[in-house]
Each structure stands twice: as C-alpha cells, then as structure tokens.
Design a protein around this ligand. Structure first.
Ligand code: KG4
Ligand code: ZN
Length: 388
C-alpha cells in the first residue's frame, strides 16, 4: 500500500511517499522537504502570507521530485487535458490561482508510469491542521486537486499526532499508556496517549510555545532564525556549567501540566536591555545567555513530563516536534528517566524527523487509512485539536 503525503502546516513544504505492507513494515520511498528557512532568516521569523507564497512556489516541484524519485511519473511531451478536468481544477483552485498556474503544466508535462489513469498510490494523506491557516490551505488544495484528478481517497491528518506517530519509524510496537511531549514552534503539549487515535491533552502552553520562545530569544540576542538550533549550538560548551545569569522557570512548581513561556521571553528582553551595547554584543554574554535560556526551557519541560509519566503510570515517553531536535532536552530527559523511571521506555525521532516533514504525515495516514474523506469535504483547520 502506497501513501502520498503532503505537509505545509508551517514553513517546510514536504511531500513523501511511504510503502507499507500487510504486516505494517514501512519502506520510505521518498521524503522531500523544501525549507523556507533562508527566506524567513532575512525577516527574523515567519510571516504567514510570505510562507504561503513560498509553499505555492515550492509545492509542485516538491511533488514532482517525490513522484519522479519513486518512479511514478516520467517527463514527456505535452499531454492533452480535457476541458472537464481543466474546469474542475479551476473550480477547486478558485482561491489558489498560483497553484493552478503550476498544476496545469504538471498534469500536461508528466506522465504516469501506471496505466490506470492514476499513479500507483492508494491514499493521499494531508495535514489539515493545526498550523498556519494560509499555509495549510496550499497542501489541502493540492490534495483536493490530486484526489479529484486521479480519483484517490484523502486521509486528513493532525500535525501534532504526526509528531507523535513518526516515532513508529524506529519501532513497530509502542507500549501504552504513553506520555507524549510535543514541542514545536507552534505547540507545547503534554498528551496522554492511550493508543493510536486515543489522546487526551493533559496540559499545554498558556501563551508562547517552547520553540517560539527559542525563536524570540534568539531575535532579542541578535541571532538568526530559527532560534533553537543556534541557541543550542552556542550553549554547547557551557552545558552543565553555572551561568552568571539567572532566568525564571515559569510554572515549574504548579501542580498542573501547563506551561507559560512568554514571561521567560520578557525576562530575557529585560535582562538584555539592562546590559551596555558592548556587553550585548559580547560573545561570552550571548553564549552564557543561550545556555541559561536552553536550561530554563529544558527544566520546565522535564519536570512536567516526568510528573505526568508518574501520575499516569505511563510505560513510554514519546518526544516529538521541532524542539525534540534539541540535544540537551533528549540527554537530560534520558538521564532523568534512567534515575527516576527505569522501566519507562523513551522514544524520540531522528533529528531529520523532528522538524516538519511529509513522512510523519504519511505515517499518520497509514494508521488512519480507514478514515478517508472526499476532496469536496476537506477543509483546513488551523486550530484542530488532537483531543477535545
Ligand atoms: O515542528 P517544527 O518544525 O514546526 C512547527 O510545527 O512549529 O518546529 C520548529 C521549531 C522552531 O521553533 C525551532 O526553533 C525549533 O523547532 N527547533 C529547535 C531545535 N531545532 C529546531 N529548538 C531547540 N533546539 C533545536 N535543536
Ligand atoms: Zn511541527
């Protein structure tokens, strides 16, 4: 069974093709990601309208690369598109003219290697939320057009669930109940996972997400976007050392599983503003601050994740989301688990699968293959929740 998956919830345009057999073994046929980081670096963050434009520009080339790499299409001379099909595509993409301009030449120029009028693909999985609404619509509309054109059913997938289920790449079985910490640029949630598709959000951030805090802190310190990788790199040599600066650990002692990172960001801003221009540019000051910021974020994430695991007698801790690329978060969580919860298994994605990609969407699609949707009914939902 082959799944073609599309992911455009934030600033990465991802298309993947996954093959799964009856026994549930996965074979990754392609996983193409077109990153917008260079564009957003210039502006110090993501602007949704700009991110949408980039998705519109990149999505069809990304699709072509994924399909070609898998041998599902070949480039040929112009094909003739029937007027019916053209009108249908035009209607679906009424509000997505940029995508229309790209998809028509695609259908004309690339031929399918299969004879059935559709590629050798059984399902189209697409992230329909949560995420940046304008961006989500690009992926959703592409999925709708492909589904209409090739008559392939769609599976709508939840982006947060995909950050959890991507861990099935390294493991066939996960022991439940599990506690999942999903930490990304847009979300910070502690989720009780009773089984695949059975989730309860135990707590989440009341304001900024952990990744957002890394990104905003980096901006204050004059570092480039995205903040997480650069802050962790500059903090590398200082790990385990006491830093001369003390930042708050918001909500670390509250009895819930919620977070708040906007106060930390404000504390970073005030601390920075109090320094002279010379100190603000000083390499030692910047790396000391990076180490303290990273540790403040890690401390809170760790405390609440360990607490939730104990409270719910979880058998597994599953880490996911862009911030799960953070080496210190993984290392310190691993040490804590060994010390306090030696029977609990710890799963985290490979670094390439921590940040957004199409493959994670394909895996979620696989597990929800019985829940298909028609292209007519599919909508993006920026605030989609993994549980009520
Ligand atoms: O999951 P993701 O790719 O996109 C969203 O769904 O938001 O996460 C992106 C976030 C950014 O905020 C970025 O700064 C953060 O992940 N990130 C990191 C690291 N690599 C990426 N945060 C901390 N340490 C890292 N190494
Ligand atoms: Zn994400």
């Amino acid at each position: 069974m082959k799944i073609l998956a599309i992911e455009t919830s934030c600033d990465d345009t991802g298309v993947a093709i996954l093959d799964a057999n009856e026994a549930g073994d996965f074979r990754v046929l392609s996983n193409i990601i077109s990153s917008q980081i260079e564009i957003h670096k210039k502006y110090g963050g993501i602007f949704p309208a700009m991110a949408k434009r980039e998705h519109q520009k990149n999505i069809v080339p990304t699709l072509i690369e994924a399909l070609s790499q898998t041998g599902l299409i070949i480039e040929k001379k112009n094909a003739i598109l029937s007027n019916d099909k053209k009108t249908g595509i035009n209607e679906i993409l009424e509000r997505e003219p940029e995508l229309y301009k790209k998809i028509i030449p695609f259908f004309k120029k690339y031929h399918l290697t299969a004879q059935a009028g559709k590629p050798d693909v059984d399902f189209i999985a697409v992230t329909n939320g949560p995420g940046l609404e304008p961006c989500l619509w690009v992926g959703v509309n592409l999925a709708r057009v492909l589904s209409f054109f090739w008559d392939i059913p769609i599976i709508a997938t939840n982006h947060i669930e995909s950050h959890i289920l991507v861990n099935y790449l390294s493991r066939k079985e996960i022991k439940f109940p599990a506690i999942s910490l999903v930490v990304s640029g847009g979300h910070t949630q502690i989720i009780l996972v009773k089984g695949i598709g059975d989730y309860k959000i135990l707590g989440e951030t009341r304001d900024d997400a952990a990744g957002e805090c890394f990104d905003k802190a980096a901006k204050i310190l004059g570092l480039e976007y995205p903040g997480g990788p650069i802050i962790s790199k500059l903090a590398e040599k200082l790990v385990g050392c006491r830093t001369p600066h003390q930042l708050p650990r918001p909500m670390i002692n509250t009895k819930d599983y919620d977070f708040s990172f906007s106060g930390l960001k404000t504390a970073i801003l005030y601390h920075h503003q109090k320094q002279s221009k010379k100190i603000q540019k000083d390499k030692k000051y910047i790396s000391d601050m990076c180490a303290e910021i990273q540790q403040a974020i890690v401390d809170v994430l760790l405390k609440k994740t360990i607490q939730a695991t104990k409270d719910y007698n979880a058998k597994t801790i599953i880490l996911g989301g862009g911030v799960s690329a953070n080496h210190e978060l993984k290392t310190q969580l691993l040490i804590k688990i060994k010390q306090e919860l030696p029977n609990v298994e710890f799963l985290f994605p490979e670094i390439d699968h921590s940040t957004d990609n199409g493959l994670m969407t394909a895996i979620t699609g696989y597990f929800h293959k019985k829940e298909t949707t028609n292209w007519q009914d599919l909508k993006a939902n920026a605030n989609l929740r993994i549980s009520k």
